[in-house]
Design a binder for this molecule. Structure first.
Ligand code: RIB
Length: 311
């Protein structure tokens, strides 16, 4: 019998209220700058990825924790509005996570996160484990405790486990052993690989260094996607590798663009696309996200992404 239900993706991760400050340039240590404007949006790496999965057309369940507060209720409304299954969402005694984000004129940012409720997501329930065991793709990042990320990856059974190692961290071997696709930016790639780049080195612009980083990562995971910002993304398995260039776009705000790429990558993998095609979806989606301000508000719809795919 042919199933008509969309492929299922489970996202385990953070949900934040993003407090955004628009500035000419992000302040250096010891500096005070005046913001030109402020806004509040739904965000958090986990929620941004869950919204991207849902907007890509996959069925998405979000395992996360928010506080019993107005921000938590707002974020939950956002999830429900995007058709995300919130039955595995916890309400914590800690306040909802908050990210303070300075976005400068060129669209780049600096982010400080107060984890709040996200830090209380320590354990999986029996129902979470059942959900993860039945999923097509499981996605996680590192704004929730690493023990729950590890438990989720291990509970994923037959699912493809996509780990976005952000924020950058040295990862326990038992987590890496359960990962199928590691998604990292240049900085995260170096940290996870345990490598130090020569001073001033640019991984994205140095093919030999990038190859070295990829080779080191492929010793611990079977597939790697390195996102290269405006350059696109490079992917590699132990058998093959490739690159998708990003289209030239007007960058307004890079916040959440990497998360959008991860969500679209996961949805494409869940739909049965090979890694190269899934990376093309991710790059197209990320390039659309940087054209709009905010994290969740900038996640594009599936039709926009299909329109932007290279022909
Ligand atoms: O990756 C972008 C996200 O990082 C923001 O939405 C913010 O909440 C932080 O988690």
């Amino acid at each position: 019998m042919t199933s008509t239900s969309p492929p299922s993706v489970v996202v385990v991760g953070s949900a934040n209220l993003d407090v955004v400050l628009s500035v000419a340039a992000v302040p250096r240590a010891g500096e005070t700058v005046l913001a030109r404007g402020t806004s509040r949006n739904a965000g958090g790496k986990g929620l941004n990825q869950a919204v991207a999965v849902a907007r890509a057309g996959a069925a998405c369940t979000f395992v996360a924790a928010v506080g019993d507060d107005e921000a938590g209720r707002d974020l939950t409304r956002t999830m429900v509005g995007d058709g995300i299954d919130v039955t595995h969402l916890r309400t914590s005694a800690e306040p909802t996570g908050t990210a303070h984000i300075a976005v400068q004129d060129d669209g780049d940012n600096a982010i400080v996160v107060a984890a709040g409720a996200n830090a209380t997501l320590h354990e999986l329930t029996a129902a979470d484990r059942e959900l993860l065991a039945a999923a097509s793709v499981v996605v996680a990042q590192l704004e929730v405790p690493v023990e729950v990320v590890t438990a989720a990856a291990q509970a994923a059974a037959d699912a493809t486990v996509v780990l976005n190692a952000a924020p950058a961290a040295v990862l326990p071997p038992e987590l890496l052993a359960a990962v199928d696709v590691l998604v990292v930016n240049e900085h995260e790639a170096l940290v996870v690989a345990g490598l130090t780049a020569p001073a001033g080195a640019d991984v994205a612009a140095d093919p030999a260094l990038l190859r070295r980083v990829l080779d080191a990562l492929l010793e611990v995971v079977p597939a790697v996607v390195v996102t290269l910002g405006g350059r696109g993304a490079r992917w590699a398995t132990r058998e093959a590798s490739g690159e998708t260039a990003a289209p030239r776009v007007h960058v307004v705000d890079t916040t959440g663009a990497g998360d959008t790429a991860v969500g679209y990558l996961a949805a494409a993998l869940a739909a049965g696309e090979p890694l190269a095609a899934a990376v093309a979806h991710a790059v197209a989606a990320g390039s659309l996200a940087v054209e709009t301000a905010g994290a969740v508000p900038s996640v594009p719809r599936r039709a926009q992404v299909l329109e932007r795919l290279p022909r």
